[in-house]
Every structure is written in structure tokens, then in C-alpha cells.
Design a binder for this molecule. Sequence first.
Ligand code: AMP
Ligand code: ZN
Length: 470
Amino acid sequence: MDLQFYNSLSRRKEKFIPLNPGQAGLYTCGPTVYNYPHIGNYRAYIFEDILRRTLKYFGLRVNQVMNLTDVDDKTIRDAAKEGLPLNQFTQRYKDAFFADLKTLRIEPAEHYPAATEHIPEMIDLVRKLLERKVAYQTEDGSVYFSISRYPKYGCLVNLDPQQLRSSGRVNHDEYDKESVSDFALWKAREPEDGDVWWDSPWGPGRPGWHLECSAMSMKYLGESFDIHTGGVDNMFPHHEDEIAQSEAATGRQFVRYWLHCAHLIVEGKKMSKSLGNFFTLRDLLDKNFSGRELRYVLLGTHYRQPLNFTFQGCRDAKAALERIDDFTERLRRCQDKSLEDNNQQFKSVIERAESDFRSALADDLNTAEALAALFNMIRDVNRLLDQNNISSQQSNKLLHLLSQFDSVLGVIEPDKKEPVPPEIERMARERQEARKQKDFARADSLRDQLTELGWMVEDTPEGPKLKRLV
Ligand code: AMP
Ligand code: ZN
């Protein structure tokens, strides 16, 4: 089965053919470490994690690079506001970011290059662009990319070449499509930069944000590589500028597949720092949602569909995960049986689940469909379990299949369970005993006591089960 991705560059789905057979080079634009990421940012990182895990599921060896933007307009501005040296200020947010990745079960990338540690590579790239005459220096010691000297400018976001005229120069890292401009590769030192500057052939200054990603991606993945990703807001100017700088410098195609995720929105608007309509991961943990639950919310919608964030969505995720947990626990409790007559039925359930799951992911990472394949299987197997028609060998097969699915989804494995205190276990046993003796009054009173202590007893065909009340 072929993997297919929607390529923003060609604006259609394409079969994924890696440059080097069996390997995939992947560059994912990382966080600007000036604040705690909001869960909109994590939608992008979860989508990229699913992409990474899917490539591996399809047998590819992945080399993923995620940069850390630790010098740009925003980091400098906010470090100065706090009166902290830039590296001390950004370290706090780097640490928080890595802690969040763990909570959200995001697999680590192979490389996390920080911009401040790659200034020589960036200077080198600016030098090449000046040599090729697609960049020019200004009197203050800045260097700009000249879009009029690069005819392919606008290929990613489909700007009309006839209309393409630079509206001047822009030295901010962020600007919009209405102001297509020559953009800064190297920014001459300004008073507000304080002591954040490096020496260069053009005088003291610092790199532009777009240049950072070009230099770091090509350093770790080569001048031409397979996949580059980000949120749709990164397409312009960030990714458009990356293509221009990199291809003008090397004369080669920079990236073969561009993948962009749609936004996480709140009441119709993009979740963003500037609008103030955001939640951080910590905000949600404080509201008693787990990283696993949030991960489920973020991957439940296909990455190219806008995802409307609601607390109801988080509660639904909790319920869906509980269904998965109940199912895996049921499988673990299965007793051995000889079930010759049922083997065919079992085999077809497994085969369908496996093939539906795989084809959903192959079709441009359709996680919503992949989850549907999982829940269809749970429904079918639950029916067989109700009829006591699953042997322990079969249940082991199913558990193995679930762990293969989980190598992509990362939500099936339950959180480490809180151990049941011996006193609670004793009460549950006593209640079970009372039920056997048909002393229902005593059984009910023990159930009430357990509830008061924060534990729920659930009577299942496999016996009573204790659950912590949230
Ligand atoms: P930033 O730290 O602003 O550079 O953003 C990091 C990543 O998060 C980028 O890939 C952005 O495109 C992405 N991003 C920012 N806001 C959202 C959102 N509301 N929904 C999805 N992705 C987002
Ligand atoms: Zn980037």
C-alpha cells in the first residue's frame, strides 16, 4: 500500500517517494521559545509526531529535525522586558517545551538545533546569496533578499508572478501576503537588540528568522530533502522565504513534499497568543485533563481540517479512552478456550482492522479513519467476548495488534494506574463476599463507603473492577 500525502506545493495528493529508498528526511518548524506553547502549537507538533510515527510504521527510517528559534524579534523583545540575558530567558521555555513533549507522548526528534548555535552556517548562506546576486547589502549593514531577482518567488502560496512587485523592504520576521517585500536575511544591530549580536562580514547583527530554518535544515538533511512541515500560518512568508533562499543558493529543489496542518480554532478564530484566546498544556492539566486525553483530542481530527477546541471534546476523549482501557483490560483477563468454530470470524475481524487502519494512514494520515478502524474492531471483538468466544492466544494477538496501532497513535497504552490501597481491596473483596451470600444491604453499604473514599466498583462479566473516581 502506497503512502500518499497532500503536497501544498503541487496542491494535490502525491505518492510519497523518498529521495533515498527506505529513509525519510523530515524538517518540522519548532517553537519560538519566548513563552509557553499553547495547545494550537501542539496541534502542529502532534500532527508532525503522527507523520513521523506513520513513516516508521510503513518501514522507513526517519531523520527528523526540529529547530528551536531562540533568537528573533519576539525572544529579544521579551528577554529585554524581563531584564534577562537571552539564553537564560529562552532556556526556561526550552525546558518547558521538552517537558510538554513527554506529557503529550511526542517522540523525540533526532536533532533539536538551536538557532544561536548555528550562526556561522547562516552567515555562510547569506554570503552565497550575495555571490549569486539575489541578495544585496544596505547602508546600515543589513542584507536583504531581492524577490525581483528570483522569478520563482511565490510558488508555494501561488502568488501571481505578473502582480509580483516588491512593496519595499521588510525587516520584521512576520508580515502578511499583502506586503510582499524584500526580506531581511541579516539584520544590522539596533539599539533594542542590546547585547544580542554576532560579528559578520557586514558588521554586527543577527539573522532573520526565515534564514535560520534554511540554514539548519540543509545542515542536517542536505540541500535537498523529503518533507517539510508546519502550520498553515507558516506558509507565508516563512516557508515561501525558506524556499527562495535555499533554492537560490543551491540551484536545487529544496523540499519535495510540503505538509501543513490547519489551525486549532476557538469560536471560529485561530488560537493564538496575540488574540489571547489560548490555553497552555498546563492550563488543561490543572483542569484535570491528562496529556494522553489532550493528545487524543488533537489527533482525532484529520490534520487538514480545522479543529474546534471545546471542553466537551476533552470529555469525549476521556470517554473514548475509557472504552479502549476497558477493552484492553477485558482482553488481558481472557481465559484459554478451544474455539475452532470461531476462528474464521476472529481472523476476518483482525484482517479488516489491520487493513482499514493502514489504508487510513496511507491516505494522507487520516487519523479519524484510523480511529474508526480501531473502534470498529473493539465493537466486533466485544461481541465475541460477550459470547465468551475468544481464546487467550487470540487475545494476545489482539493485544499485539493494539500495540502496533499504538506505535502510531500513542494513546492506547493507559497511563500508569494508581495502585489500589490494600484497605480498598479488602472492602471490595468483602462486598463481593456479601453479594455471594445475597446480603445485598451489606454489599450496597460497602459500595457507598468505597464511593466516599473515591473508588468505584464496577461489576463486569470478568468480575468486579475498581476504578478511581476523578
Ligand atoms: P510558533 O512558535 O508561533 O512559530 O509556532 C509553532 C508552530 O505552531 C508552527 O508550526 C505554527 O504554524 C503552529 N501553530 C500556531 N498556532 C496554531 C494553531 N492555532 N493551530 C495549529 N497550529 C498552530
Ligand atoms: Zn521554520
